[in-house]
Design a protein around this ligand. Structure first.
Ligand code: CUA
Length: 229
């Protein structure tokens, strides 16, 4: 999760988020190089005293500063497209979780397991445990197995919501009347926090998401306990 003064991206918990971070750093590096170059050129204009009354055109320099940015853009566009298609790839998921956005909470369905379903509300500040995170903890967490391909189906019951987990590189809109799909692979155990990220009404800020990433046998224990109750 994000902590104080963390201005960058969160540590990744999935291979796709790792790739997203690499792409972010790559794009930022290009951005910094362009900013430094243009900033230097603009600064140096202050000290330029040369005037050429007969200068009307410069074909060569126009060619250079048209084609060069186009090539630089390709270096961003091609890795971006690679990532876009990589994020869309579904590779034989072993668990499917359906998450439904409501005003203002999420509800979940494990359709593979006798349709285990539950609501997940934010824990209000006055009911928070001492080790709880304000505006981020929920009463019923999603439990999912680590080191497994997981498919998420997202939809909504009233208005548009967005199911977003930064550490996993997942952000999918839940739209009424539609079913959106995404997938991820958690490569470490832990708690991964997220929030709704479509402005969905008065309590938009208060419908967080918590995933408990656990080893597969712990997940089987948890799901079989919930199937029987
Ligand atoms: Cu749901 Cu914002």
């Amino acid at each position: 999760m994000s902590t104080w003064a963390n201005l960058g991206l969160q540590d990744s918990a999935s291979p796709l988020m790792e790739q997203l971070i690499f792409f972010h750093d790559h794009a930022l590096l290009i951005l910094v190089m362009i900013t430094v170059l243009v900033g230097y050129l603009m600064f140096m204009l202050f000290f330029n005293n040369y005037i050429n009354r007969f200068l009307l055109h410069g074909q060569l320099i126009e060619m250079i500063w048209t084609i060069l940015p186009a090539i630089i853009l390709l270096f961003i566009a091609l890795p971006s497209l690679r990532l876009l298609y990589l994020l869309d790839e579904i590779n034989e998921p072993s668990v499917t979780l359906k998450s439904i956005g409501h005003q203002w909470y999420w509800s979940y369905e494990y359709s593979d397991f006798n349709n285990v379903e539950f609501d997940s509300y934010m824990v209000p500040t006055n009911e928070l445990e001492n080790d709880g995170f304000r505006l981020l903890d929920v009463d019923n967490r999603i439990v999912l197995p680590m080191n497994s391909q997981i498919r998420i189906l997202v939809t909504a019951a009233d208005v548009i919501h967005s199911w977003t987990i930064p550490a996993l590189g997942v952000k999918v809109d839940g739209t009424p009347g539609r079913l959106n799909q995404t997938n991820f692979f958690m490569n470490r155990p832990g708690l991964f926090y997220g929030q709704c990220s479509e402005i969905c009404g008065a309590n938009h800020s208060f419908m967080p998401i918590v995933i408990e990433s656990v080893p597969v046998n712990n997940f089987i224990k948890w799901i079989s306990k919930n199937m029987n109750s």
